[in-house]
Design a protein around this ligand. Sequence first.
Ligand code: AP5
Ligand code: ZN
Length: 217
Amino acid sequence: MRIVLVGPPGAGKGTQAAFLANNLSIPHISTGDLFRANISKQTELGKLAKSYMDKGELVPDEVTIAMAKDRMEQPDAVNGFLLDGFPRNVSQAEALDVTLQEESMTLDAVLDLEVPEDEVVKRIAGRRICRNDSAHVFHVTYKQPQQAGVCDVCGGELYQRDDDSEETVRKRLEVYHTQTEPIIDYYKAQGLVVTISALGKVEEVTQRAMDALKRED
Ligand code: AP5
Ligand code: ZN
């Protein structure tokens, strides 16, 4: 299956993507995680990305599209993938369509996670992620690690993302409404959008998502 996951910052895209990708045996491709991996390795791409991410702005399309395309062309993605955080504006969605057409591939569904804004603010304020792997995500109240400040998966140190400050989160939400939400209409025109509520326990949301994707299959 080829799936795009869309939703505001803090909706739980990364959390759900980990379970869905595992259930569906497809790789989880997160452009945010790819940028963070570049930042921790201090690559040129990482330095460039950080200058935008710290302000809550989108990293320029040219580098983002090239990075996403390169990842989608890896051998583990030939039979499908779950995209998280990409595409994030209409130009990226158009570029993805071109890439898929070149390979005679199509998307199966665009899963839209709906969450009220006060809930995403709470989720982001309490989020802690692992220094070793930003896919290891916890929450000080909702998903507590067994030992405070330590990753359950790998023992790494948990920290708060630089772009999770209140001011940057406000900017990210604004960017989501103005630049990312229009892709929902873009994909509605292709009949691909399934919207589910992302409220409730993590496993309840995963079940809701799996049920919705089965209906699309
Ligand atoms: P990115 O990393 O994609 O961040 P985001 O879209 O803002 O999403 P988040 O990672 O903040 O949230 P999430 O929905 O994954 O929530 P999570 O599962 O962690 O992008 C960061 C930046 O990179 C962008 O601002 C931009 O600068 C750049 N970028 C990335 N892609 C780009 C692109 N395509 N183009 C240009 N620039 C790009 O959950 C949040 C918290 O809630 C966690 O603590 C979790 O434990 C908790 N939680 C999850 N589910 C539940 C639940 N059901 N109940 C209670 N708590 C829950
Ligand atoms: Zn870890």
